[in-house]
Design a protein around this ligand. Structure first.
Ligand code: SF4
Length: 379
């Protein structure tokens, strides 16, 4: 089973911390984009490809009309063998949906919606230059529920400018009291080539209003605990879900399963090869649905990739699977490196299953995942 990812590269306004590929544009470009996207999906049509997840991400997919999103979904369904119970997600910005547009999305075939809420504190939302306030976010989630969505996700963020331990607790309390069944929780990262990076370069004092690494670690562990108390079980470093509501699409990325991406900068992994459409939106529109492909994984070792991705998951790494991918025998040391494994376990950074075949990171291990992986790999 394969996933399909649709990248909608538009936002109403760029947030100061965001380095995803998206542009602010007008309706004319939206319709040209939808036509180009539909053509690129049709050009790749193959009804032997079975699809059980479709994910519209961005950018902000919901800047497009619900009917435009439904037309793209329709093209996907006509081009691939999409299963009747496929998980079909659309990401949304709270201020780009109405009860009516949400009803249309549900009618158009979407059955999961993921809102970028980030915080329940309006001063934190303004510090991130988000367009919405918490009242709008709350209303968007309640409207999604009213429209008939039963699988609703919310993003929250740790390490926002001016966020305190108390305001994070308040955000968690408020968002978990909404009808959401999945939460993605990301740490704010100051990426180069973003306005936030430039602001901090000009005024280092801004850093004083962002929690330091020790505080962030403490807040991450606190958040994991609070979310679990509310019934959201951690299944990945940054993802929590009520049982049965884990994101089936995102699990494909971490389990090294196949997916096909469409749209500018969309990535794909099919038949053992990773590639992307390395182009901007205008080039994507101009290429008549046949964007140039750039292969990205010519040097990647599948076993190493599996180690990196599987250890993001609470289910962890399956040593039998690793051995089957490890054609060059480079990672056998993970399995045989008993001294280091025992040390990491004593330090409560990893769990080892009773039969010794699975290794997973603890919550504390997730916080220092790069170090734990280096130690496992004996580097
Ligand atoms: S809405 Fe999302 S994708 Fe768009 S600029 Fe903000 S963070 Fe980036």
């Amino acid at each position: 089973m394969c996933g399909v990812y649709i990248h909608v590269p538009f936002c109403k306004r760029k947030c100061i911390y965001c380095d995803f590929y998206s542009v602010c544009s007008d309706d004319k470009l939206y319709s040209d984009f939808v036509n180009a996207l539909n053509r690129s999906v049709e050009n790749r049509a193959d009804n032997r490809i079975k699809v059980d997840t479709v994910y519209f991400g961005g950018g902000t997919p919901t800047v497009l009309e619900s009917s435009q999103l439904a037309s793209i979904l329709n093209t996907v369904k006509n081009s691939f063998d999409v299963s009747h119970n496929a998980e079909i997600t659309v990401e949304a910005n709270p201020c780009t949906v109405t009860l009516e547009s949400l009803r249309e999305l549900l009618k158009g075939g979407f059955n999961r919606i993921s809102f970028g809420i980030q915080s329940a504190m309006d001063d934190e939302l303004s510090a991130l230059s988000r367009l919405h306030n918490y009242k709008q976010a709350r209303e968007a989630v309640l409207n999604a529920k009213k429209a008939g969505f039963t699988n609703i996700s919310a993003d929250i963020m740790i390490g926002i400018i001016n966020q305190t331990r108390e305001s994070l607790i308040d955000t968690i309390e408020k968002i978990t009291s909404l009808p959401v069944c999945h939460i993605s929780a990301y740490m704010l990262k100051v990426e180069e080539n973003t306005p936030l990076y430039d602001m901090i370069k000009r005024d280092g004092n801004i850093l004083k209003s962002i929690a330091d690494d020790d505080e962030l670690s403490e807040r991450y562990l606190l958040m994991c605990r609070l979310l679990e108390e509310k019934g959201f079980l951690q299944y990945e470093i940054s993802n929590f879900a009520k049982p049965g509501f884990e994101s089936r699409h995102n699990l494909k990325y971490w389990r090294c399963e196949e997916y096909l991406g469409f749209g500018p900068h969309a990535h794909s992994y099919l038949d053992g090869k990773r590639y992307l459409y390395d182009c901007d939106v205008l080039t994507f529109i101009d290429c008549n649905g046949r964007p140039e492909i750039t292969y990205t994984d010519t040097d990647v070792d599948k076993a190493e990739e599996y180690i990196m991705l599987s250890l993001r998951l609470a289910e962890g790494l399956d040593t039998v699977m690793l051995a089957s991918l490890d054609k060059k025998g480079r990672y056998g040391n993970i399995i045989s490196n008993a001294v280091e494994i025992n040390r990491l376990s004593d330090e409560k950074l990893i769990n080892i299953s009773q039969n010794g075949k699975h290794i997973s990171l603890t919550k504390r291990g997730f916080l220092v995942s790069n170090t734990v992986i280096s130690r496992l790999l004996n580097r």
